[in-house]
Design a protein around this ligand. Structure first.
Ligand SMILES: NC(=O)c1ccc[n+]([C@@H]2O[C@H](COP(=O)([O-])OP(=O)(O)OC[C@H]3O[C@@H](n4cnc5c(N)ncnc54)[C@H](O)[C@@H]3O)[C@@H](O)[C@H]2O)c1
Length: 367
């Protein structure tokens, strides 16, 4: 059935700990003011209360009721749908993680094919110049730097950072970190690589907000790494945050040998790998090999006996640490495209890509 123009259905998120939302009360209000109808599934887990949506004119519906929604509404969410073989008759806007031949990709796409639905994958929504219209990078870097500062504070007390849980808002996060660092982050030294990108700018912003001196925030991008790693400078800061977008093999930024050669002289205490190319054969930080989690945010690096400890934070869903601000920024970036939905080059290109990917899936699944 063709889409009913101007109707979005915000589904609940089913992934544990996921409190972010693709539409916030702020962006929902702007869509409603522009003539859209917005249905919102009641959701206890979401950082925004149901009443915040109701107050701006959204229509509340039951949790996880989208499968029985009229098939001409457009369902919007963030995370991939729960695994199932049910056909999908709706149009969905979401991150589906099935365009790069990830595990189970063709099964996911075949659900759309069998149901007659359409997928607009947010990861691939880009404007005429090829720039992504909405991404969570800034708050991934911001939250990554925050987790790094928390890990440093624990390490300074001879402890290991315990489980993390999402903060209600940015002020609560900054206040907590400053308190744990003894009142301010002043005196802490940090290096951000990929500092000109979305994640990198977020990491730099967090370090400023917790009180690091500007001179103590080293900001590196392509120019500074052109000489090729590993880099001594990484060993001389308290926290190193990697935010590069890895598009080809580069020499490692840091290695075990390099760390051990520095011995007791090493200042580096925490590495935050926001980029999380953990399982990539070209991982430029080959000193750890697992993704950490909110429950267990750090993994220790093997260092020579007697050397100071070193830990890595490698959480691959960092923005969840600050769900309100991360959702607001993301949803505000998506809003101009939503206001034009479905008739703009952004959506036309995304649909073309979907058709290509679904054709590949049809071939693989023999549909
Ligand atoms: N852990 C998480 O929760 C999370 C969330 C969002 C994004 N990410 C990841 O973070 C990475 C960065 O994303 P982004 O949106 O900030 O990308 P981006 O393209 O906005 O920025 C990447 C930056 O890295 C720089 N860069 C690339 N190669 C470099 C090199 N060899 N040396 C120095 N700088 C280099 C680029 O010039 C650019 O400034 C991606 O891998 C993305 O998947 C992780």
């Amino acid at each position: 059935m063709p889409n009913r123009h101007g109707v979005f259905w915000l589904r609940c998120e089913k992934k544990d700990f996921e409190r972010r939302a693709a539409l916030t009360p702020t962006t929902s209000k702007k869509l409603i003011d522009a003539g859209f109808d917005i249905f919102v599934e009641r959701d206890e887990q979401r950082i925004f209360n149901d009443s915040e949506y109701e107050a701006v004119g959204c229509k509340l519906v039951d949790n996880n009721s989208w499968p029985s929604a009229p098939t001409d509404v457009t369902v919007i969410g963030l995370k991939a749908l729960e695994e199932s073989t049910d056909p999908l008759p709706h149009t969905h806007i979401q991150f589906a993680h099935c365009y790069k031949r990830q595990a189970g990709w063709s099964k996911v796409l075949s659900r759309f094919k069998r149901g007659g639905g359409t997928l607009y994958d947010i990861e691939f929504l880009s404007d005429a110049s090829g720039r992504r219209v909405a991404a969570f990078g800034f708050y991934a870097g911001f939250a990554g730097a925050a987790a790094g500062a928390l890990a440093l504070a624990s390490q300074r007390k001879g402890e290991i950072l315990g489980p993390l849980s999402s903060y209600e808002n940015e002020t609560a996060m900054i206040t907590d970190i400053k308190k744990l660092l003894g009142g301010s982050g002043k005196g802490v030294k940090a290096l951000v690589i990929g500092a000109l990108g979305r994640c990198g700018r977020g990491a730099v912003d967090l370090f400023r907000k917790i009180g690091l001196d500007e001179d103590d925030i080293l900001k590196w991008d392509m120019a500074e790494t052109a000489k090729g790693g590993p880099f001594d400078e990484i060993l001389d800061v308290d926290i190193f945050v990697n935010c590069i977008y890895l598009s080809s093999q580069i020499p490692p930024l840091i290695t075990h040998e390099f760390i051990n050669a520095a011995g007791m002289e090493r200042r580096l205490s925490v590495v935050v790998d926001v980029s999380c190319d953990t399982t990539n054969p070209f991982n430029p930080i080959p000193i750890y090999n697992i993704n950490t989690t909110f429950d267990k945010p750090t993994v220790p690096v093997d260092v020579a006996t007697g050397n100071p400890p070193l830990s890595v934070v490698s959480i691959d869903h960092l923005p969840t640490l600050l769900p309100r601000e991360a959702s607001e920024q993301f949803s505000a970036d998506l809003l101009p495209s939503l206001l034009e939905f479905p008739s703009s080059p952004v959506w036309a290109n995304a649909e073309k890509l979907y058709q290509e990917k679904v054709a590949e899936a049809v071939a693989v699944e023999g549909l």
